[in-house]
Design a protein around this ligand. Structure first.
Ligand code: BGC
Length: 292
């Protein structure tokens, strides 16, 4: 894991361990399964793609523009002995979504896991937010999740059960955010999109559970990725961020990847329609540590 001196200094000053515990050796709990991860060329999506592959899945690494970065993810998976392909496509465009699912199924012969991760922020004060900023965020973060989940459900129904690889007919993991429940001033489009993901996910989970399709969300808190660089890249910003995180460290992409591997596996077979907050306690109202 790359080092991050700001986090080390912050932890050291408080007598806390500065490092994440060593990564556990990967167990092949997704062996034989085929997965598609959207927005997988960087950040959380990249870590999830690598994590699923290390757990034995064959992984389609979706990217929109960054072919070179996606190639880097493929190379890392191959170096680990895993199998992956790159699939280009914008999740907010219907025919591109259809094409990327078709390419994935053509390559792997089936689809068992969708991790709908692609998402973006276009921040603005509410009265300055343009309709384009509103639409772009809803299109990618919410409509993109709809289009991908619909394509996955169609594929799961068409292929039927594959008991040799999983008890469930298919698994969908929506990567949402703590901001599906925490209001976020200056980010109204983003919070609205994630709130929408929550009830889309739960309603869909209810609809397809009888088919043995599991639909759940992982809701990350502050994870150290390019989307929120301003929140962790200086000691001052990092200190202010830690006021919001009871566990007193920033999240790393692998924190989300490990949760995704487990949630996609049969270890989580009875879990349907939940929001799994992976946030170091950000949703615990940290302002009440002392107040109230
Ligand atoms: C956002 C990040 C933010 C985090 C916690 C995420 O969903 O994308 O920018 O740091 O929530 O507020």
């Amino acid at each position: 894991m790359p080092s991050f001196p700001i986090a080390d200094d912050y932890a050291r000053a408080r007598g806390l361990p500065s490092d994440l515990p060593p990564e556990r050796p990967p167990a092949p709990i997704l062996k034989g399964q085929a997965a598609l991860v959207t927005g997988a060329s960087s950040g959380i999506g990249r870590a999830i793609a690598i994590g699923l592959a290390r757990a034995g899945a064959r992984v389609a690494v979706n990217y929109r523009k960054s072919a070179a970065e996606a190639d880097g993810v493929l190379a890392e998976i191959a170096a680990d002995g895993g199998e992956a392909i790159g699939v280009q496509g914008d999740v907010s465009v219907e025919d591109q979504v259809e094409a990327m699912f078709a390419r994935t199924v053509a390559a792997f012969g089936a689809l068992d896991i969708l991790v709908s991760n692609a998402g973006l922020q276009q921040d603005a004060a509410f009265d300055e937010m343009t309709l384009d900023q509103w639409r772009r965020v809803i299109d990618v973060n919410l409509t993109g999740q709809f289009l991908c989940a619909r394509a996955a459900v169609r594929q799961f129904k068409a292929q039927g059960l594959r008991p040799e690889v999983s008890t469930a007919r298919g698994k969908i993991i929506c990567i949402s955010s703590v901001h599906d429940v925490i209001p976020w001033a200056g980010h109204v489009n983003y919070a609205a999109s994630k709130g929408g993901v929550m009830l889309m996910m739960k309603s869909l989970a209810q609809e397809v559970a009888p088919l043995r399709i599991r639909v759940n969300s992982i809701c990350p808190g502050a994870i150290r990725t390019p989307i929120n660089t301003q929140a962790w890249s200086t000691p001052e910003a990092y200190g202010a961020l830690m006021d919001l995180v009871p566990y007193k460290r920033i999240g790393e992409p692998q924190d989300i990847a490990q949760a995704a591997v487990w949630l996609a596996s049969d270890y989580a077979d009875y879990i349907s329609g939940i929001n799994l907050y992976v946030d170091g306690g950000m949703t615990l109202y940290p302002g009440f540590e002392e107040g109230g």
